[in-house]
Write a protein that binds this ligand. Sequence first.
Ligand SMILES: Cc1cc2nc3c(=O)[nH]c(=O)nc-3n(C[C@H](O)[C@H](O)[C@H](O)COP(=O)(O)OP(=O)(O)OC[C@H]3O[C@@H](n4cnc5c(N)ncnc54)[C@H](O)[C@@H]3O)c2cc1C
Length: 404
Amino acid sequence: MIAGAGQAGTAAAVALRECGWRGIVVLIGNETMLPYERPPLSKATLIDEMIPGPKLIVTSERLDELGIAYLQGSEVASIDRAANMVTLSNGSAIAYHRLLLATGARPRKLSIPIAEGANVATLRTYADAMRIRQVIGQGYEVVVIGGGFIGLEVAASAVSRGASVTVVEAGPRLLTRSVPASMAELIRAKHERSGVRIDIGAIVERIDSSEGRYNVVMAGGRSHVADLVIVGVGARPNVELAQAAGLAVDDGIVVDETLATSDPHVFAAGDCCSFPHRLYKKRIRLEAWRNAQQQGVAAAVNMLGKNRACEDVPWFWSDQYDETLQIAGLCSEGDIPVTRNLGARGQILFYLAADGRLVAACGFGSLGPIAREIRVAEIMISRRVSPKPEALADPAINMKDLLG
Ligand SMILES: Cc1cc2nc3c(=O)[nH]c(=O)nc-3n(C[C@H](O)[C@H](O)[C@H](O)COP(=O)(O)OP(=O)(O)OC[C@H]3O[C@@H](n4cnc5c(N)ncnc54)[C@H](O)[C@@H]3O)c2cc1C
Protein backbone atom coordinates (compact mmCIF):
# COMPACT_ATOMS: atom_id res chain seq x y z
CA MET A 1 0.00 0.00 0.00
CA ILE A 2 1.25 3.44 -0.92
CA ALA A 3 0.03 6.67 0.69
CA GLY A 4 0.63 9.58 -1.70
CA ALA A 5 0.40 9.38 -5.48
CA GLY A 6 3.10 11.87 -6.46
CA GLN A 7 6.47 11.15 -8.05
CA ALA A 8 7.79 8.79 -5.36
CA GLY A 9 4.53 6.93 -4.68
CA THR A 10 3.70 6.36 -8.32
CA ALA A 11 7.27 5.32 -9.17
CA ALA A 12 7.05 2.79 -6.33
CA ALA A 13 3.72 1.37 -7.53
CA VAL A 14 5.05 0.86 -11.06
CA ALA A 15 8.37 -0.54 -9.79
CA LEU A 16 6.60 -3.11 -7.60
CA ARG A 17 5.09 -4.59 -10.74
CA GLU A 18 8.31 -4.27 -12.73
CA CYS A 19 10.08 -6.17 -9.93
CA GLY A 20 7.60 -9.00 -10.31
CA TRP A 21 5.27 -8.44 -7.35
CA ARG A 22 1.96 -10.13 -8.19
CA GLY A 23 -0.01 -9.30 -5.07
CA ILE A 24 -2.27 -6.32 -4.55
CA VAL A 25 -0.88 -2.80 -5.09
CA VAL A 26 -3.02 0.05 -3.75
CA LEU A 27 -1.96 3.62 -4.56
CA ILE A 28 -3.85 6.21 -2.51
CA GLY A 29 -3.74 9.87 -3.56
CA ASN A 30 -5.64 12.81 -2.14
CA GLU A 31 -5.56 14.82 -5.36
CA THR A 32 -8.50 14.37 -7.70
CA MET A 33 -6.54 13.60 -10.83
CA LEU A 34 -4.11 11.08 -12.25
CA PRO A 35 -0.55 11.26 -10.84
CA TYR A 36 1.39 14.10 -12.53
CA GLU A 37 4.86 15.67 -12.50
CA ARG A 38 5.38 18.92 -10.59
CA PRO A 39 8.47 20.46 -12.30
CA PRO A 40 6.50 21.77 -15.33
CA LEU A 41 4.09 23.64 -13.01
CA SER A 42 6.47 26.60 -12.60
CA LYS A 43 7.69 26.44 -16.21
CA ALA A 44 5.72 25.15 -19.25
CA THR A 45 2.37 25.12 -17.43
CA LEU A 46 2.71 28.87 -16.83
CA ILE A 47 4.45 29.86 -20.07
CA ASP A 48 2.88 27.86 -22.89
CA GLU A 49 0.39 29.76 -25.08
CA MET A 50 -2.12 26.91 -25.08
CA ILE A 51 -3.21 25.78 -21.62
CA PRO A 52 -1.18 22.60 -21.14
CA GLY A 53 -2.71 19.61 -19.38
CA PRO A 54 -0.79 18.03 -16.51
CA LYS A 55 2.24 15.95 -17.49
CA LEU A 56 1.07 12.55 -16.32
CA ILE A 57 3.46 10.14 -14.63
CA VAL A 58 1.21 7.27 -15.62
CA THR A 59 -1.99 7.00 -17.67
CA SER A 60 -5.13 5.26 -16.45
CA GLU A 61 -4.59 2.61 -19.18
CA ARG A 62 -1.13 1.88 -17.80
CA LEU A 63 -2.48 1.67 -14.23
CA ASP A 64 -5.08 -0.86 -15.46
CA GLU A 65 -2.49 -2.79 -17.45
CA LEU A 66 -0.26 -3.03 -14.34
CA GLY A 67 -3.18 -3.94 -12.09
CA ILE A 68 -2.58 -1.01 -9.73
CA ALA A 69 -5.67 0.01 -7.74
CA TYR A 70 -5.51 3.81 -7.74
CA LEU A 71 -7.76 5.39 -5.10
CA GLN A 72 -7.97 8.91 -6.52
CA GLY A 73 -9.14 11.71 -4.22
CA SER A 74 -8.69 9.52 -1.11
CA GLU A 75 -6.71 10.52 1.94
CA VAL A 76 -5.01 8.19 4.39
CA ALA A 77 -6.23 9.58 7.71
CA SER A 78 -4.50 7.25 10.16
CA ILE A 79 -2.32 4.18 10.49
CA ASP A 80 -2.85 1.40 13.01
CA ARG A 81 0.60 -0.19 13.02
CA ALA A 82 -0.32 -2.92 15.47
CA ALA A 83 -3.06 -4.15 13.14
CA ASN A 84 -1.26 -3.23 9.85
CA MET A 85 -4.28 -1.22 8.75
CA VAL A 86 -4.86 2.28 7.42
CA THR A 87 -8.09 4.22 7.70
CA LEU A 88 -9.11 6.58 4.92
CA SER A 89 -10.82 9.90 5.55
CA ASN A 90 -14.12 8.36 4.32
CA GLY A 91 -13.87 5.90 7.22
CA SER A 92 -12.98 2.77 5.24
CA ALA A 93 -10.13 0.62 6.56
CA ILE A 94 -7.62 -1.30 4.43
CA ALA A 95 -5.01 -3.82 5.53
CA TYR A 96 -1.40 -3.77 4.32
CA HIS A 97 1.64 -6.03 4.40
CA ARG A 98 4.03 -3.19 3.63
CA LEU A 99 3.17 0.51 3.66
CA LEU A 100 5.04 3.26 1.84
CA LEU A 101 4.56 6.84 2.98
CA ALA A 102 5.16 9.12 0.00
CA THR A 103 3.22 12.10 1.23
CA GLY A 104 5.52 14.82 -0.19
CA ALA A 105 5.68 18.35 1.14
CA ARG A 106 3.51 21.45 1.20
CA PRO A 107 4.40 25.14 0.79
CA ARG A 108 5.28 27.13 3.87
CA LYS A 109 2.89 29.97 4.58
CA LEU A 110 3.65 33.52 5.67
CA SER A 111 2.20 34.63 8.95
CA ILE A 112 1.67 38.31 8.16
CA PRO A 113 -1.49 40.42 8.01
CA ILE A 114 -3.08 40.13 4.56
CA ALA A 115 -5.80 42.54 3.36
CA GLU A 116 -9.09 40.86 2.48
CA GLY A 117 -9.39 40.09 -1.22
CA ALA A 118 -5.64 40.13 -1.91
CA ASN A 119 -4.66 37.49 -4.44
CA VAL A 120 -2.01 35.47 -2.61
CA ALA A 121 -0.94 32.10 -3.98
CA THR A 122 1.52 29.29 -3.38
CA LEU A 123 2.55 26.74 -6.01
CA ARG A 124 2.50 23.01 -5.41
CA THR A 125 -0.38 21.57 -7.42
CA TYR A 126 -1.68 21.73 -10.98
CA ALA A 127 -4.70 23.67 -9.65
CA ASP A 128 -2.32 26.25 -8.09
CA ALA A 129 -0.55 26.65 -11.45
CA MET A 130 -3.85 27.13 -13.29
CA ARG A 131 -4.83 29.84 -10.83
CA ILE A 132 -1.48 31.66 -11.14
CA ARG A 133 -1.52 31.36 -14.94
CA GLN A 134 -4.57 33.62 -15.18
CA VAL A 135 -2.83 36.59 -13.53
CA ILE A 136 0.66 36.68 -14.99
CA GLY A 137 -0.01 38.18 -18.43
CA GLN A 138 0.64 41.64 -19.84
CA GLY A 139 -0.52 44.48 -17.59
CA TYR A 140 -0.35 42.53 -14.32
CA GLU A 141 1.94 43.37 -11.42
CA VAL A 142 3.32 40.23 -9.81
CA VAL A 143 5.28 40.18 -6.56
CA VAL A 144 7.13 36.98 -5.72
CA ILE A 145 8.04 36.59 -2.06
CA GLY A 146 11.13 34.41 -1.78
CA GLY A 147 14.17 34.23 -4.04
CA GLY A 148 14.50 30.44 -4.04
CA PHE A 149 14.08 28.02 -6.94
CA ILE A 150 10.31 28.08 -7.23
CA GLY A 151 10.07 31.85 -6.77
CA LEU A 152 12.69 32.50 -9.44
CA GLU A 153 11.19 30.03 -11.90
CA VAL A 154 7.77 31.65 -11.50
CA ALA A 155 9.36 35.10 -11.88
CA ALA A 156 11.03 34.01 -15.15
CA SER A 157 7.74 32.54 -16.43
CA ALA A 158 5.67 35.59 -15.45
CA VAL A 159 8.04 38.13 -16.99
CA SER A 160 8.19 36.13 -20.20
CA ARG A 161 4.37 36.23 -20.30
CA GLY A 162 4.55 40.05 -20.15
CA ALA A 163 3.86 40.68 -16.44
CA SER A 164 5.78 43.25 -14.44
CA VAL A 165 7.61 41.21 -11.79
CA THR A 166 9.35 41.99 -8.50
CA VAL A 167 11.08 39.35 -6.38
CA VAL A 168 11.51 40.22 -2.72
CA GLU A 169 14.00 38.22 -0.70
CA ALA A 170 14.59 38.57 3.04
CA GLY A 171 18.12 37.13 2.94
CA PRO A 172 21.29 38.89 1.82
CA ARG A 173 21.13 37.32 -1.68
CA LEU A 174 19.14 34.97 -3.89
CA LEU A 175 19.23 31.17 -3.46
CA THR A 176 20.96 31.28 -0.07
CA ARG A 177 20.16 27.68 0.84
CA SER A 178 21.69 25.73 -2.01
CA VAL A 179 23.60 27.81 -4.55
CA PRO A 180 27.06 29.39 -4.10
CA ALA A 181 27.06 33.19 -3.93
CA SER A 182 28.92 33.77 -7.22
CA MET A 183 26.49 31.51 -9.10
CA ALA A 184 23.51 33.21 -7.46
CA GLU A 185 24.93 36.52 -8.72
CA LEU A 186 24.93 35.22 -12.33
CA ILE A 187 21.31 34.16 -11.89
CA ARG A 188 20.36 37.51 -10.42
CA ALA A 189 21.99 39.31 -13.38
CA LYS A 190 20.06 37.12 -15.81
CA HIS A 191 16.77 38.02 -14.10
CA GLU A 192 17.55 41.72 -14.03
CA ARG A 193 18.50 41.70 -17.73
CA SER A 194 15.14 40.06 -18.40
CA GLY A 195 13.29 42.86 -16.60
CA VAL A 196 12.65 41.34 -13.14
CA ARG A 197 13.18 43.76 -10.24
CA ILE A 198 15.02 42.11 -7.34
CA ASP A 199 14.60 43.54 -3.85
CA ILE A 200 17.16 41.92 -1.51
CA GLY A 201 17.13 42.11 2.30
CA ALA A 202 13.42 42.89 2.12
CA ILE A 203 11.34 41.60 5.01
CA VAL A 204 7.66 41.60 4.14
CA GLU A 205 5.51 42.99 6.96
CA ARG A 206 2.01 42.96 5.48
CA ILE A 207 -0.13 43.07 2.39
CA ASP A 208 -2.30 46.20 2.36
CA SER A 209 -5.07 47.41 0.12
CA SER A 210 -5.32 50.99 -1.02
CA GLU A 211 -7.47 52.53 -3.75
CA GLY A 212 -8.47 49.19 -5.18
CA ARG A 213 -4.90 47.86 -5.43
CA TYR A 214 -2.81 45.72 -3.12
CA ASN A 215 0.63 46.60 -1.83
CA VAL A 216 3.30 44.33 -0.44
CA VAL A 217 4.78 46.44 2.36
CA MET A 218 8.29 45.87 3.66
CA ALA A 219 9.80 46.63 7.06
CA GLY A 220 11.11 50.17 6.62
CA GLY A 221 8.06 51.24 4.67
CA ARG A 222 8.79 50.69 0.97
CA SER A 223 6.18 48.73 -0.93
CA HIS A 224 5.41 47.05 -4.26
CA VAL A 225 2.02 47.08 -6.00
CA ALA A 226 0.69 43.57 -6.64
CA ASP A 227 -2.25 42.09 -8.56
CA LEU A 228 -0.85 38.72 -7.54
CA VAL A 229 1.51 37.74 -4.74
CA ILE A 230 3.22 34.39 -5.04
CA VAL A 231 4.73 33.08 -1.84
CA GLY A 232 7.73 30.81 -2.45
CA VAL A 233 9.38 30.54 0.95
CA GLY A 234 10.11 26.84 1.07
CA ALA A 235 8.19 23.68 1.86
CA ARG A 236 7.45 21.56 4.92
CA PRO A 237 7.42 17.77 4.75
CA ASN A 238 4.02 16.12 5.28
CA VAL A 239 4.88 14.12 8.39
CA GLU A 240 1.75 14.41 10.52
CA LEU A 241 0.37 11.00 9.49
CA ALA A 242 3.67 9.32 10.43
CA GLN A 243 3.97 11.31 13.63
CA ALA A 244 0.45 10.38 14.76
CA ALA A 245 1.33 6.73 14.12
CA GLY A 246 4.31 7.04 16.48
CA LEU A 247 7.01 6.86 13.79
CA ALA A 248 10.26 8.78 14.31
CA VAL A 249 10.20 12.24 12.67
CA ASP A 250 13.00 14.81 12.48
CA ASP A 251 12.66 17.31 9.61
CA GLY A 252 11.00 14.49 7.66
CA ILE A 253 10.01 10.92 8.40
CA VAL A 254 13.18 9.28 9.67
CA VAL A 255 14.28 6.31 7.55
CA ASP A 256 17.43 4.19 7.35
CA GLU A 257 19.55 3.62 4.22
CA THR A 258 16.96 1.18 2.89
CA LEU A 259 14.15 3.74 3.43
CA ALA A 260 12.58 1.71 6.25
CA THR A 261 11.09 3.82 9.05
CA SER A 262 11.36 2.98 12.73
CA ASP A 263 8.71 0.29 11.91
CA PRO A 264 10.17 -2.32 9.51
CA HIS A 265 6.77 -2.72 7.80
CA VAL A 266 6.55 0.97 6.95
CA PHE A 267 8.80 2.78 4.45
CA ALA A 268 9.02 6.42 3.36
CA ALA A 269 10.36 8.04 0.19
CA GLY A 270 10.65 11.41 -1.56
CA ASP A 271 10.22 14.93 -0.18
CA CYS A 272 8.67 13.67 3.07
CA CYS A 273 11.63 11.64 4.35
CA SER A 274 14.97 12.31 5.94
CA PHE A 275 17.61 9.70 5.16
CA PRO A 276 21.28 9.03 5.98
CA HIS A 277 23.58 9.61 3.01
CA ARG A 278 26.66 7.39 3.00
CA LEU A 279 28.73 9.69 0.82
CA TYR A 280 28.14 12.78 2.95
CA LYS A 281 27.93 10.97 6.28
CA LYS A 282 24.87 12.93 7.38
CA ARG A 283 21.12 12.80 7.36
CA ILE A 284 19.47 14.84 4.59
CA ARG A 285 16.03 15.55 3.17
CA LEU A 286 15.87 16.40 -0.51
CA GLU A 287 13.11 18.15 -2.41
CA ALA A 288 14.10 17.07 -5.89
CA TRP A 289 12.39 15.24 -8.71
CA ARG A 290 15.06 12.64 -9.34
CA ASN A 291 15.45 11.81 -5.67
CA ALA A 292 11.69 11.16 -5.41
CA GLN A 293 11.78 8.95 -8.50
CA GLN A 294 14.85 6.98 -7.36
CA GLN A 295 13.64 6.58 -3.79
CA GLY A 296 10.22 5.42 -4.99
CA VAL A 297 11.87 2.64 -6.97
CA ALA A 298 14.29 1.81 -4.14
CA ALA A 299 11.44 1.64 -1.61
CA ALA A 300 9.57 -0.78 -3.87
CA VAL A 301 12.61 -3.02 -4.17
CA ASN A 302 13.15 -2.94 -0.41
CA MET A 303 9.50 -3.54 0.43
CA LEU A 304 10.02 -6.76 -1.50
CA GLY A 305 12.83 -7.64 0.91
CA LYS A 306 15.94 -6.70 -1.08
CA ASN A 307 17.59 -4.48 1.57
CA ARG A 308 19.34 -2.22 -0.93
CA ALA A 309 20.97 1.00 0.35
CA CYS A 310 20.17 4.28 -1.44
CA GLU A 311 23.37 6.11 -2.26
CA ASP A 312 22.63 8.05 -5.42
CA VAL A 313 24.39 11.40 -5.72
CA PRO A 314 21.82 14.15 -5.07
CA TRP A 315 20.98 15.97 -8.31
CA PHE A 316 18.68 18.87 -9.01
CA TRP A 317 17.91 21.13 -11.93
CA SER A 318 16.08 24.42 -12.34
CA ASP A 319 15.29 25.95 -15.74
CA GLN A 320 15.03 29.72 -15.91
CA TYR A 321 14.58 31.48 -19.27
CA ASP A 322 16.76 29.69 -21.84
CA GLU A 323 19.30 28.59 -19.23
CA THR A 324 19.57 25.74 -16.81
CA LEU A 325 20.98 25.45 -13.32
CA GLN A 326 22.15 21.99 -12.31
CA ILE A 327 23.58 20.87 -9.01
CA ALA A 328 25.16 17.49 -8.26
CA GLY A 329 26.26 16.52 -4.77
CA LEU A 330 26.33 18.61 -1.62
CA CYS A 331 28.95 21.04 -0.45
CA SER A 332 29.72 22.04 3.10
CA GLU A 333 31.61 24.77 4.82
CA GLY A 334 35.34 24.56 4.18
CA ASP A 335 35.09 22.82 0.79
CA ILE A 336 37.38 24.40 -1.78
CA PRO A 337 35.70 25.99 -4.82
CA VAL A 338 37.19 25.70 -8.32
CA THR A 339 35.65 27.65 -11.22
CA ARG A 340 35.47 26.33 -14.78
CA ASN A 341 34.47 29.09 -17.14
CA LEU A 342 32.68 27.95 -20.29
CA GLY A 343 32.44 31.47 -21.77
CA ALA A 344 29.05 32.19 -23.36
CA ARG A 345 27.97 28.62 -22.56
CA GLY A 346 28.04 29.21 -18.81
CA GLN A 347 30.05 28.45 -15.72
CA ILE A 348 30.61 25.51 -13.38
CA LEU A 349 31.72 25.67 -9.77
CA PHE A 350 33.25 22.51 -8.37
CA TYR A 351 33.75 21.84 -4.68
CA LEU A 352 36.62 19.74 -3.34
CA ALA A 353 36.68 18.39 0.21
CA ALA A 354 39.79 18.86 2.35
CA ASP A 355 41.07 15.43 1.21
CA GLY A 356 40.79 16.50 -2.46
CA ARG A 357 37.63 14.51 -3.29
CA LEU A 358 35.10 16.13 -5.58
CA VAL A 359 31.92 16.46 -3.49
CA ALA A 360 29.71 18.88 -5.45
CA ALA A 361 29.32 20.73 -8.73
CA CYS A 362 26.96 23.54 -9.64
CA GLY A 363 26.57 24.81 -13.20
CA PHE A 364 24.52 27.58 -14.82
CA GLY A 365 24.26 28.21 -18.55
CA SER A 366 23.20 26.49 -21.79
CA LEU A 367 21.51 23.15 -21.26
CA GLY A 368 23.76 20.94 -23.43
CA PRO A 369 27.20 21.83 -22.05
CA ILE A 370 26.03 22.22 -18.44
CA ALA A 371 24.18 18.89 -18.47
CA ARG A 372 27.17 17.07 -20.01
CA GLU A 373 29.74 18.40 -17.54
CA ILE A 374 27.51 18.00 -14.47
CA ARG A 375 26.77 14.41 -15.50
CA VAL A 376 30.49 13.60 -15.55
CA ALA A 377 30.96 15.44 -12.24
CA GLU A 378 28.20 13.29 -10.75
CA ILE A 379 30.03 10.12 -11.77
CA MET A 380 33.26 11.50 -10.30
CA ILE A 381 31.48 12.31 -7.03
CA SER A 382 30.03 8.82 -6.75
CA ARG A 383 33.42 7.23 -7.55
CA ARG A 384 35.09 9.47 -4.98
CA VAL A 385 37.57 10.83 -7.56
CA SER A 386 40.12 13.49 -6.48
CA PRO A 387 40.82 15.52 -9.64
CA LYS A 388 43.58 18.11 -9.89
CA PRO A 389 42.03 21.57 -9.32
CA GLU A 390 43.90 23.10 -12.28
CA ALA A 391 42.53 20.39 -14.60
CA LEU A 392 38.99 21.00 -13.36
CA ALA A 393 39.41 24.72 -13.96
CA ASP A 394 40.63 24.29 -17.55
CA PRO A 395 37.70 24.17 -20.01
CA ALA A 396 40.03 22.79 -22.71
CA ILE A 397 40.39 19.56 -20.70
CA ASN A 398 37.63 17.05 -21.38
CA MET A 399 35.94 16.22 -18.09
CA LYS A 400 35.77 12.56 -19.07
CA ASP A 401 39.57 12.45 -19.00
CA LEU A 402 39.39 13.26 -15.28
CA LEU A 403 37.20 10.29 -14.44
CA GLY A 404 40.16 8.21 -13.44
C1 LIG B 1 6.36 23.99 -8.82
C2 LIG B 1 7.43 22.95 -8.60
C3 LIG B 1 8.51 22.90 -9.48
C4 LIG B 1 9.52 21.97 -9.27
N1 LIG B 1 10.58 21.95 -10.12
C5 LIG B 1 11.59 21.08 -9.91
C6 LIG B 1 12.72 21.06 -10.78
O1 LIG B 1 12.83 21.85 -11.72
N2 LIG B 1 13.69 20.15 -10.53
C7 LIG B 1 13.63 19.26 -9.50
O2 LIG B 1 14.55 18.45 -9.32
N3 LIG B 1 12.55 19.24 -8.66
C8 LIG B 1 11.55 20.14 -8.85
N4 LIG B 1 10.47 20.14 -8.00
C9 LIG B 1 10.45 19.19 -6.87
C10 LIG B 1 9.81 17.86 -7.25
O3 LIG B 1 8.67 18.05 -8.03
C11 LIG B 1 9.47 17.14 -5.96
O4 LIG B 1 10.69 16.88 -5.31
C12 LIG B 1 8.71 15.83 -6.20
O5 LIG B 1 7.46 16.09 -6.77
C13 LIG B 1 8.52 15.12 -4.87
O6 LIG B 1 7.77 13.97 -5.07
P1 LIG B 1 7.03 13.27 -3.86
O7 LIG B 1 6.33 12.09 -4.43
O8 LIG B 1 7.95 13.09 -2.73
O9 LIG B 1 5.96 14.34 -3.35
P2 LIG B 1 4.72 14.95 -4.13
O10 LIG B 1 4.99 15.05 -5.59
O11 LIG B 1 4.37 16.20 -3.40
O12 LIG B 1 3.56 13.87 -3.92
C14 LIG B 1 2.98 13.62 -2.68
C15 LIG B 1 1.51 13.35 -2.91
O13 LIG B 1 0.95 12.78 -1.73
C16 LIG B 1 -0.30 13.39 -1.47
N5 LIG B 1 -0.63 13.14 -0.05
C17 LIG B 1 -0.11 13.75 1.05
N6 LIG B 1 -0.63 13.23 2.16
C18 LIG B 1 -1.50 12.26 1.78
C19 LIG B 1 -2.35 11.37 2.48
N7 LIG B 1 -2.40 11.35 3.82
N8 LIG B 1 -3.13 10.51 1.77
C20 LIG B 1 -3.08 10.51 0.41
N9 LIG B 1 -2.29 11.34 -0.30
C21 LIG B 1 -1.51 12.20 0.37
C22 LIG B 1 -0.02 14.83 -1.84
O14 LIG B 1 -1.21 15.57 -2.02
C23 LIG B 1 0.71 14.63 -3.17
O15 LIG B 1 -0.17 14.43 -4.22
C24 LIG B 1 9.44 21.06 -8.18
C25 LIG B 1 8.34 21.12 -7.30
C26 LIG B 1 7.36 22.06 -7.50
C27 LIG B 1 6.20 22.13 -6.55
